[in-house]
Write a protein that binds this ligand. Structure first.
Ligand code: PXP
Length: 238
C-alpha cells in the first residue's frame, strides 16, 4: 500500500480568513504525524493566499517526517526553497486566478525552465518531483529533466461522473504510472482524492505515495466539531 502525504494548506486557508494565528498549520502537521502521516506537504503560492513563509520555516524545524514543498517554477519561490531545504520540492503550474492547481505542469513547453529549476534544487540536495497529467510523454520529459519522482494528477479521475469515465481515468493513471516506474521514477499521485474515491487509486501497483489535502482537512473539521462546541460550552457554563 502507498504512503500518505498530508497537505495542510487549507488549515492555513481557515487562519487567513481572519488573518489571525489560529488554526496553526504547524500544529496540524504535528497532529498529522501523530495520526500516521508519512510526509507533510505545503504549497507556498506566489500570492501567499494560505501558507506563509513563516509556516514553511517553522515546519522545516518541527516536522519529523519528510517535508514536501509544492512550488511554481519561479525564481522567488526557488530562493525560498533553497533557503529552507525541504526534503522534496514538487514543481506545479500556478495561476493566480485558479481556485486550486488546475492541471499538470506542461514539461514540454517549459522544458528549459524546468530543467534549470531541477538542477538548482539538486545543487542543494533537494529531491524533485514534477506534478504532471497522466501522460506518457510528460513522464518521459520529466525523467529527461532529471526529476526523481512524478506526481500524477488524479483530478480528472476525481471529477469523473460515471463508472466508465472513472475506469478510463484509472487506466490512464495506471499506464502512465507503470511507465514512470519503468523510467526509474518514484511514483506519487494526488489531487481531488476523497474518502470515497481513494481506494482504487491506492491499489495501483508500485505507487509510492498519495498526497491528500482538502478531504482530510474537511473531515478533521467535522469529526472535531462536536467536541469543540462542548469545550466552549463548558467554558461559559458557570
Ligand atoms: N498534489 C498537488 C500537486 C496539489 O497541488 C494538491 C493541492 O494543493 C494536492 C496534491 C492535494 O489536493 P487535494 O487538496 O485536492 O487533496
Amino acid at each position: 500500500m502507498p504512503l500518505l502525504g498530508v497537505n495542510i494548506d487549507h488549515v492555513a486557508t481557515v487562519r487567513q480568513a481572519r488573518r489571525t494565528n489560529e488554526p496553526d498549520p504547524v500544529h496540524a502537521a504535528v497532529l498529522a504525524e501523530m495520526g500516521g502521516a508519512d510526509s507533510i506537504t505545503v504549497h507556498l503560492r506566489e500570492d501567499r493566499r494560505h501558507i506563509q513563509d513563516r509556516d514553511v520555516r517553522l515546519l522545516r524545524e518541527m516536522v519529523r517526517v519528510r517535508l514536501n514543498l509544492e512550488m511554481a517554477v519561479s525564481d522567488d519561490i526557488l530562493l525560498v526553497a533553497i533557503a529552507i531545504r525541504p526534503d522534496m520540492a514538487t514543481l506545479v503550474p500556478e495561476k493566480r486566478e485558479e481556485i486550486t492547481t488546475e492541471g499538470g505542469l506542461d514539461v514540454r513547453s517549459m522544458r528549459g525552465r524546468v530543467q534549470e529549476c531541477v538542477a538548482r534544487l539538486h545543487e542543494v540536495g533537494i529531491r524533485v518531483s514534477l506534478f504532471i497529467d497522466p501522460d506518457v510523454t510528460q513522464v518521459e520529459l520529466a525523467a529527461q529533466a532529471g526529476a526523481e519522482a512524478v506526481e500524477l494528477h488524479t483530478g480528472t479521475y476525481a471529477d469523473a461522473r460515471t463508472p466508465a469515465e472513472m475506469d478510463e481515468q484509472l487506466d490512464l493513471l495506471t499506464e502512465a504510472g507503470q511507465f514512470a516506474i519503468a523510467q526509474g521514477l518514484q511514483l506519487n499521485m494526488g489531487h481531488g482524492l476523497t474518502y470515497r474515491n481513494v481506494r482504487r487509486v491506492a491499489e495501483i501497483n508500485g505507487l509510492h505515495e498519495l498526497n491528500i489535502g482538502h478531504s482530510i482537512v474537511s473531515q478533521a473539521m467535522l469529526v472535531g466539531f462536536e467536541r469543540a462546541v462542548r469545550e466552549m460550552k463548558q467554558l461559559i457554563t458557570v
